[in-house]
Write a protein that binds this ligand. Structure first.
Ligand SMILES: Nc1ncnc2c1ncn2[C@@H]1O[C@H](COP(=O)(O)OP(=O)(O)OP(=O)(O)O)[C@@H](O)[C@H]1O
Length: 734
């Protein structure tokens, strides 16, 4: 890390300024924002019991002292941060806090960071581009010129070269190619070509000829945008999008006028099938399931059945196309769609595997894979995947340090951070906005080093009003820099340009979701990186990824935290200016503690913020309880240390009621077998809540997170898509 002492202007006691900022009453905008941060999944009583004391977590400090080089930091800090000698940050903070409030040491009593397994995997890769021009296809000349001049594309990608001719022949197809390889055009071009070529010219009033189902609203808007561009020369064909969050009335009106290429989320389409008289499928020629494995999974099962019944009742002769980067034959077989002699298109078949001498060795040692579910999915060649193991207490400062490193001290970085629930997104978004943004927390802009970039935080999840959701999506799409906090609603299909880093702060629930999350970067031949954050107890997950041919390389937490020595906002008691040239582990620890204190002071600045942090922690625990059975040995709440986890939510102690209710529930369950059944039901409900990230948006009774301090300008209004917010929904909105 380059030293910055020479670059920075002299700022008298910046750390003291930090604490002053957070001990005084919060400014009106912060209060407004906190008040606006309503969370929806708040069923705390459903939180499964969290076992507090894992053996590893309670190792005496002596035993956890590091022996290896990579644990030197921890070892030294244990000596430095004895309870009798609190950190500068903690001490100053204490002066202004209630007696008894404390910032406990971040670096004490942490479990050892285990040696990560290092399987070298023969990762699967595909060739993205071909040298063939679109002119090689039998397409209308106006369509080709639109592709060349409007979309500014000349040569086909591999998946387009393979799929377009097959689809133009009228065949059903299952299409699998890596993320960001151009699957959208692989189906949109044949649809437009075939519809414009129909002998009796399509009339708007004919209704839908093509039905395209996608799992989220943002993806619906994105696909609609692509179709709209391709249709420029063919103005008589009308595209339209239906998605939750828009006023049903205006959608009904558009359906009445006629939509020929209909793009919809499943839930919203079902709603119209049930409630809109003039929706019909008499003319359907195409049924396309983008992100087909997602649409075919349990969360959409009922919706898909309703849609297929409605479509089948009116039309039998149509082409069916299923696409996804993680489509497997197994998933496709589940489809209750009568596929006629489908062609399986997998770009992988044509590609070469990338291997190294070590990977050969691994292959020999690795067990044979049993099913196609365990086969590897291709990962873009320009994608560097990393993993960092972080003790629970240090998660929050580590995430903040990573964001500062990338977005404050490096240029043109666009980062997406994935969390497991809406509450987690809201909590971290508000916390970082209130503490890390220049002007509101850390240093005033004039005191920022000249090399630093202002931070810009955005968030996207299903509990937002649709208007804000669309605005955020547009804003992040068009931004050169920024940090997007989101749930898995942004994991699939979204083509957000120039994303440089993907952070998975909560591990995904399946290898497929891992692939889709990291696939938001390194698209269409570009470069990008990903970082997966794991707790020490989760290190085994690296092996699980390896069994799906996913290869991650380790970065050290200390290296991420060391960026704090660049940031004078977090200068410790003895100052770090002159030392930052060769910042030692002790200084890094001091600064991490100052940063943690900053978070804790904000969280403890009002009852409301404390309660928000507790709810976020409960939400984390609930989400943690829903990992599938095959991952339970890695992600099980009994392996979590609740007190340490609480720290990563800026809480100074583990919420007592959470433990108490968990313990009570456990005891009661032992006595009352009838409660076991309820527990199962509540687990199912939790799974539903998570799945409903993708639900229809037509449910009522929930609370939406109201519009907050977005920096987005008004979103552009696509043809056929109204921006009026829809009815409040329970949890999901798609
Ligand atoms: N032939 C092409 N030449 C140049 N760019 C292309 C071409 N085809 C598609 N693209 C661009 O590549 C990007 C990724 O395309 P697309 O979103 O269709 O990928 P995908 O395979 O559907 O990804 P995912 O699996 O994540 O949904 C888009 O920005 C698209 O405009």
């Amino acid at each position: 890390m380059a030293a910055v002492s020479g670059v920075l202007p002299q700022v008298p006691e910046p750390r003291a300024a930090v604490f002053r900022t957070f001990s005084k009453p919060r400014p009106a905008h912060a209060r407004r924002q906190a008040a606006a941060t309503k969370r929806k999944c708040q069923a705390s009583s459903e939180a499964p019991p969290a076992k507090r004391r894992s053996k590893a977590s309670f190792l005496p400090a002596k035993k956890t002292a590091a022996k290896e080089t990579r644990r030197t930091l921890k070892g030294k800090a244990q000596r430095t941060f004895s309870p009798k000698k609190p950190s500068a940050g903690a001490r100053d903070g204490d002066q202004e806090r209630k007696p008894g409030a404390k910032t406990s040491s971040l670096f004490k009593n942490n479990p050892e960071i285990p040696e990560l397994p290092r399987p070298v995997v023969k990762q699967v890769q595909e060739k993205v581009f071909t040298s063939d021009a679109f002119q090689a296809l039998d397409l209308h000349p106006h369509l080709i010129s639109t592709i060349n001049t409007v979309l500014k594309m000349s040569s086909m990608t591999s998946v387009q070269k393979q799929s377009i001719p097959v689809l133009l022949e009228g065949r059903d197809a299952l299409v699998r190619s890596q993320t960001g390889s151009g699957k959208t055009l692989a189906y949109c071009i044949p649809v437009v070509q075939s519809l414009q070529a129909m002998q009796s010219k399509i009339q708007r009033g004919d209704g839908p000829y093509a039905l395209i189902l996608v799992p989220t609203r943002e993806l619906a808007l994105q696909s609609f945008d692509t179709v709209q561009k391709l249709l420029k020369p063919f103005t008589w064909i009308v595209p339209g999008v239906l998605m939750g969050g828009e006023k049903r009335k205006s959608e009904k009106a558009r359906l009445r006028k006629g939509i020929n290429i209909l793009i919809s989320t499943p839930g919203r389409l079902v709603d119209h099938i049930k409630s809109t008289k003039n929706i019909h499928f008499r003319q359907i020629r195409w049924l396309i399931l983008d992100e087909a494995d997602r649409i075919l999974d349990l969360g959409f099962e009922k919706d898909l059945t309703v849609i297929l019944n409605a479509v089948n009742a009116e039309c039998q002769e149509r082409q069916n196309v299923l696409l996804s980067a993680t489509l497997t034959e197994g998933v496709a077989r589940l489809a209750d769609i009568s596929l006629h002699d489908p062609v399986s298109i997998s770009v992988l078949d044509e590609s070469h595997d990338v291997s190294s001498p070590e990977s050969e060795a691994f292959l020999e040692a690795s067990p044979p894979q049993a099913t196609d579910e365990l086969d590897g999915f291709a990962i873009p060649a320009g994608l560097q995947q990393h993993v960092v193991v972080v003790p629970s207490k240090l998660r929050l400062v580590c995430l903040a340090a990573f964001i500062l490193q990338k977005c404050k001290f490096e240029r043109d970085q666009k980062v997406i951070v994935f969390f497991s629930s809406c509450e987690l997104v809201e909590f971290h978004y508000t916390l970082f906005l209130q503490t890390l943004l220049s002007g509101s927390g850390a240093l005033a802009p004039e005191h920022l080093p000249s090399t630093s970039t202002p931070l810009k935080f955005l968030r996207l999840h299903s509990a937002l009003e649709q208007e804000e959701r669309t605005a955020v999506f547009q804003d992040f799409t068009h931004s050169k820099t920024g940090i997007l906090f989101c749930t898995d609603i942004a994991a699939r299909g979204l083509d957000l340009p120039q994303v440089t880093w993907i952070v998975q702060y909560n591990a995904p629930s399946s290898p497929a979701e891992y692939i889709h999350r990291i696939g938001r970067t390194a698209r269409i031949g570009c470069h990008g990186s990903s970082l997966l954050v794991l707790a020490p107890s989760e290190a085994e997950y690296v092996n699980s990824l390896a069994s799906h041919k996913i290869n991650v390389s380790e970065v050290k937490m200390e290296d991420i935290l060391s960026v704090l020595t660049k940031d004078e906002c977090f200068k410790g008691r003895r100052g770090g200016g002159q030392k930052s040239r060769a910042a030692g582990p002790q200084e890094i620890r001091e600064r991490a503690t100052v940063l943690q204190t900053l978070f804790e002071d904000y969280v403890h600045s009002s009852e409301e913020t404390v309660s928000g942090a507790k709810k976020a922690l409960q939400s984390f625990i609930r989400a943690y309880a829903t990992y599938p059975r095959e991952l339970k040995h890695i992600f099980h709440i009994r392996l979590l240390h609740l007190g340490h986890m609480a720290k990563s939510f800026g809480l100074r102690d583990a919420p007592k009621n959470l433990c108490a209710s968990a313990m009570k529930k456990k005891k009661a369950n032992l006595k009352r077998p009838d409660l076991q059944r309820k527990k199962t039901q509540s687990k199912q409900r939790l799974a539903e809540i998570l799945r409903s990230e993708y639900a229809s948006g037509m449910e009522t009774g929930g609370t939406k997170v109201r519009k907050q301090n977005t920096r987005a300008g008004p979103a552009s209004q696509p043809r056929g898509a109204a921006r009026t917010p829809g009815p409040a929904s329970a949890e999901g909105t798609d």
